[in-house]
Design a protein around this ligand. Structure first.
Ligand code: RNT
Ligand code: ZN
Length: 420
């Protein structure tokens, strides 16, 4: 589409939004300031750099064998740079501990990790003006035997406690170096495939282990602890130690960041309605924006009702300082770069859609008890010329329109990915 047509469509669209009391410029300005944390593990099917050919364990699976997976830090960071060139706004990158880098011949186990092992990532993030988030990797390792922080075996448990402590120190170093708090998210796969005889003991152990992990105090300007629940995983269908109730309780009691992963609840349960309640009791929330399909919690994020509902809540709560948005999915059956781009752009589209709703009219109707009008305005929003505004967001950020970015990804596939 020509620049002239984009501008003409935008002008008409702005007039129509103004009729509903919606300030399009303010919405665009706001969208620019909402960072999305880009998960590094979409680029290599959650393999990491320790042992890329090893098994992915812990009830998560990346299925598919689309060619072009990143095989080393240079390829992975190069791919992320390319993704960032295709999305507007300023973002963050979310890295797992299993993506640490070592000198040639150096062998460092996860309980011994140091900030220096993330130095390349930190320098790269700095150069690219990205904030960074971090995660202990409590799976895909010989010390993970179905249980980690909640293991009844002291040696196993202590190994993972030491690992988590190490990642908190690294996260604090990251946050300090980049001048932006690094969210360090703890997720454990500890679970039983079948019905446990004792649900309580592993949870008591997990509670104590987390207390040990979090004993050291850090400046919240540098590092924030987050804890992520899950209802079930593959091979862990009957019981997960770190359930929602467990972590909700832990986060409230200890004032930790609560992570809500959109794919970690009952398949028909959504996280949008949880935000307003959780924000009353926990200091901050980390969203793992994902798309659950049947038993898989990690399909590529697209603009659907669930995503729009999340974005609507975020906009209506307007507490963006207390809510961190991260993506969390992995699909190895399609071009991995496209999977990233589709997810970031979907998140931004949903946010823009929510920012452009006639909220004053909807909330005014609600307050006055005119619920008929509230429903009518909700429906009106759906046929407003949203696409014209989205195009201008892309054009003004100098990134391709929706009709254009795929061509660039196909060229990158031919020139870069196909040669791997
Ligand atoms: C797994 C959790 C977790 C992971 C990442 C790799 O179900 O969602 O967040 O996806 O840590
Ligand atoms: Zn997650």
């Amino acid at each position: 589409m020509s620049k002239k047509n984009i501008e003409a469509a935008y002008k008409l669209a702005c007039e129509r939004y103004a009729e509903l009391g919606v300030d399009v410029d303010a919405a665009l300005k706001k969208l620019l300031k909402i960072p999305v944390s880009l998960h590094c593990w979409q680029g290599d099917d959650v393999r990491g750099f320790e042992n890329p050919e090893g098994d992915l364990t812990g009830g998560i699976q990346a299925t598919g064998n689309y060619p072009g997976r990143a095989r080393n830090p240079q390829e992975l960071r190069g791919d992320i740079e390319f993704v960032l060139s295709l999305v507007g706004g300023t973002h963050r990158v979310n890295v797992h501990a299993c993506y640490a880098e070592f000198a040639k011949g150096e062998k460092v186990d996860r309980d011994q990790l140091q900030p220096e092992h993330m130095q390349n990532w930190i320098a790269w993030a700095k150069k690219n003006r990205l904030g960074m988030d971090f995660n202990p990797t409590l799976f895909s390792h010989p010390m993970f035997n179905g249980f980690s922080l909640s293991s009844r075996d002291k040696k196993t448990r202590n190994f993972w406690i030491k690992h988590t402590i190490a990642t908190r120190r690294i996260a604090a170093a990251i946050g300090k170096a980049l001048g932006s708090p690094c969210v360090n998210n703890v997720w454990i796969p500890d679970s039983y495939k079948d019905i446990p005889a004792d649900r309580a003991t592993p949870r008591k152990i997990l509670n104590d282990s987390l207390d040990a992990c979090f004993a050291e105090k850090f400046d919240p300007k540098h590092m924030l602890d987050a804890v992520e629940s899950k209802l079930f995983g593959i091979g862990g269908e009957s019981y997960t130690v770190g359930s929602h109730e467990f972590y909700m309780g832990y986060a409230v009691k200890n004032q930790k960041v609560l992570t809500l992963d959109a794919g970690h609840f009952h398949p028909t349960e959504t996280i949008s309605d949880k935000l307003s309640s959780c924000l009353l009791f926990v200091p901050e929330i980390l969203l793992h924006v994902s798309r659950g399909v049947r038993w898989d919690s990690d399909h590529v994020v697209i603009v659907n009702d669930d995503l729009i509902a999340i974005a609507q809540e975020l906009v209506r709560l307007d507490q963006f300082k207390r809510v961190h948005i991260g993506l969390d999915y992995f699909d190895a059956s399609i071009n991995r770069i496209a999977a990233w781009v589709i997810g970031v752009r979907a998140m931004q589209k949903a946010l823009l859609y929510a920012l452009l709703e006639p909220l004053k009219l909807m909330q005014g109707a609600e307050v006055s008890g005119d619920l008929t009008s509230r429903l009518a305005w909700t429906e009106t929003a759906k046929t407003m010329p949203f696409g014209a505004i989205w195009d201008v967001f892309c054009a003004s950020e100098d990134v391709p329109l929706d009709t254009e970015w795929l061509k660039e990804v196909k060229a990158y596939e031919a020139n870069v990915l196909a040669k791997r």
